[in-house]
Design a protein around this ligand. Sequence first.
Ligand code: ATR
Length: 264
Amino acid sequence: MGDPVEHSLSPAMHNAAFRELGMDCAYHPFRVTPGELGDAIKGANALGFGGLNVTVPHKEHTLDFVEADELSLQIGAVNTIDFKDGIKGYNTDGFGAEKALTEKGIPIKDANISIVGAGGAAKSIAFHFSNLGANIDIFNRTPQRAEQLAHVIGGQGHGLDVLVGSLENCDILINTTTVGMHPNVSGSVATREQLHLELAVFDIVYNPLKTKLLQEAEAAGATTIDGVGMLVHQGAESFRIWTGREPPVETMRKAVLEGLACRC
Ligand code: ATR
């Protein structure tokens, strides 16, 4: 459920997973306006739905209608609802980001991580990674939002203007902002001269797949991680919650990449 929702890659990703496992299930996008969110969640439960994903702009408001687990309460946002035992809320976004890094062999515990942005995506990653034992700095265009988020996770908050000076001691740089996202593809939060070989640079943007930031990172010799892994793994974790089955991650990734290729 989202608004808008028509460009979501999740239906293709989950339906490919159901087909692969021979499950008689379907994943369908529903456009739901904010005023109808509560009725839509209760209605889906009454109709016997297996579960829901909720996306922009409903992730925060969903907390009013579900029994949220500890992590989604911390984050203040839900992206997955399960109806097996009441109406339970979860947030799998941070888990998706974790798997996107660990599948590339990049450890999170004790890493010095600079997160750019302080919106919903940054929050999900910051709480999850803080729980995993990372040292986190938040950098944001509006410094007060960075400081607020940093305060609750026990990290440091800064303005975006001091990001560059801090990268020397950074292990992982994560962009959670829309800088570099279609149609403003020439935007980047750092240039190649500001990045270095030992850095892993993770851009959660997947449209385009290789953002300007990742191009700059590649030129600097840094390890790069695009946004597809996070999208696939947050979906895979939702799939696991709903079905109890091991998600066919590579099938899901293939469906997402095909969906992205169709858009070009
Ligand atoms: P999401 O839930 O997807 O994270 P959001 O809550 O709207 O989206 O947050 C967007 C983030 O991108 C914010 O950190 C925003 O910075 P501000 O808090 O200053 O608004 C950041 N952002 C968006 N456009 C930006 C730009 N052109 N330059 C720098 N940061 C930008």
